[in-house]
Design a protein around this ligand. Structure first.
Ligand code: MG
Length: 157
């Protein structure tokens, strides 16, 4: 058994028409997150967790933001690519538990969709990927609605 933890954060972009995409789900909201890829912080934290569990570095090493190939990349595609490397290393996905911390919008209606998309990317069943949505109780930069933070824990075997 191999355990990995991943963390990611992204700030909201300033009105450039970006979509808000978390866990592969497009969420209706006036503002999207800033980033070189689609800024899907949930997919990024999960990708870092599986790479960490496998001892394969991190998402920035595998998909450098300096490489134009990954500009506006679909982060579920990055997750799939990273998982392929994990499988090549002789490991396979068992389960993930993900906490998304964001003040607005409320994510509860989208959690099931995220679980389905993330599990499918890992060729796994819905029940193996847990997504929990929390606020930061109005405290700090998350509480002020400046962005999102995500923590993911993964088990590989
Ligand atoms: Mg990121």
């Amino acid at each position: 058994m191999r355990v990995g933890v991943g963390y990611d954060s992204h700030r909201f972009a300033d009105g450039d028409g970006r979509k808000l995409i978390l866990g592969g789900v497009e969420i209706p909201h006036p503002r999207g997150l800033a980033g070189h890829s689609d800024a899907d912080a949930v997919a990024h934290a999960l990708t870092d967790a599986i790479l960490g569990a496998a001892g394969l570095g991190d998402i920035g090493m595998m998909f450098p933001p300096t490489n134009p190939r990954w500009k506006n990349a679909d982060s579920l595609d990055l997750l799939k690519r990273a998982y392929l490397r994990v499988v090549e290393a002789g490991l396979s996905f068992v389960s993930a538990d993900i906490t998304v911390i964001m003040e607005q919008p409320r994510l509860a209606p989208y959690v099931d969709g995220m679980r389905e998309k993330l599990a499918a990317a890992l060729v796994a069943g819905y029940s193996t990927v847990s997504v929990k949505a929390k606020t930061n109780e109005g405290m700090g930069w998350i509480g002020r609605g400046e962005g999102v933070a995500v923590i993911a824990v993964v088990l590989l075997a």
